[in-house]
Design a protein around this ligand. Sequence first.
Ligand SMILES: Cc1cc2nc3c(=O)[nH]c(=O)nc-3n(C[C@H](O)[C@H](O)[C@H](O)COP(=O)(O)OP(=O)(O)OC[C@H]3O[C@@H](n4cnc5c(N)ncnc54)[C@H](O)[C@@H]3O)c2cc1C
Length: 389
Amino acid sequence: MDLDLSPREKELAIRARDFADQVLQPLELITDENGILPDTDYAAVQKQVQEWGFGGINHAKEHGGQGFTFLEQTVIEEQLGRVTNGLWSGVPRPAIVLKHGTQAQIDEFLIPSCQGERRPCVAITEPEAGSDAGAIKATARLDGDHWVLSGVKWFVTSFNRSNFILVQANVDGDPAKSSMFLVDNPTEGMTHLRSPKFMHSFCNDHAELEFNDARVPVDRLLGKVGDGFELTKDWFVEARLQIACHTLGAAIRAAEVANDFAAERRQFGTAIRDFQSIEFKLADMAMQIFAAKSMLYRVAWEIDKGADRKQIHARASALKLYCSEMAGRVIDEAVQILGGRGYMRENPVERLYRDIRVDRIWEGTSEIQRVIMAGQIKKRGLGVYTDWG
Ligand SMILES: Cc1cc2nc3c(=O)[nH]c(=O)nc-3n(C[C@H](O)[C@H](O)[C@H](O)COP(=O)(O)OP(=O)(O)OC[C@H]3O[C@@H](n4cnc5c(N)ncnc54)[C@H](O)[C@@H]3O)c2cc1C
């Protein structure tokens, strides 16, 4: 078994680290103070994304993407996760499900998204349908050569940067006909209700939208009627793996900041790292990062080897759960090691502390990941997590 990164994977990790340091990090405090990344800065980042070769990192070359392996994507996303204020979202990752579109949809939506000319956002969650995505009430009915969509969607991330939306709705109100639609932004009959403020000051907004008989051309159905749940599942799995990468990167940065601080900061006549309580914190932080990174790279390697979709689904839940909770613990300890300075917004560990909280909530809460894992163990045995391969 070869656990070495290839020269290409190492080069991509260094390039992504440089991109995060040089392009995204200078925007952290601006985003934090402004509550969102200003439009002009966002536009400048988009240009840089293309120039540095990070447009559509999750898509095939024939779809306008970079044709990276999953491990290559992982080493890049881990580095992007180091930045605060969700600035990794300045590097758009067009939803993976777009590859299931017709050739016309790929030409019109996916290729321009990878090339930085378009950007999608995803609208699944509703006021009454969060963890229970089966409770979705949004409807779609066919009227001549248009689908007519109605319903309310919440927490639509990056709506303010998007010019089309992947909307999940039930055809004729039937959950068995859950489907996904490509809806232009703006569209007549769709109203942006508001974009509330959240704990983090994020790169982009999270919008609430209302569809009131919004008319969408008939060729904007992604896949077939009834494919909605499976497409959403694929989107969740990809997003969970991405969260694992970002939370790992965030934990590593926080640990580095805390380690440097512990060496410099002197109290009672000695560096605080000489106090065993601080040293042990650093040891525990390093141990948890070590475990998370080993899990993540293993799963990325399995995906590249062609692991089956069900296995990836099962493992993505464990990864998302472990990495997001690990980052919460590690960053909390980093704040503690920095003392009062760790509580200052100008310090990255304070911003990471706020940023990382949502990773235990979105794309399936920690409780839902445990529900999924428990279901997998019951159905397929513990081996899905305890076996190798
Ligand atoms: C900042 C942000 C951005 C988001 N971006 C998007 C987006 O772009 N697109 C999108 O569609 N959605 C998005 N979401 C929605 C997100 O995926 C949901 O918030 C999440 O799935 C949880 O749903 P909920 O908030 O309705 O919580 P609820 O489902 O109401 O859960 C409340 C609590 O009950 C627990 N719970 C629920 N069911 C169970 C169960 N079976 N067993 C045990 N505990 C349970 C939960 O774990 C949680 O602790 C975003 C959310 C946030 C906060």
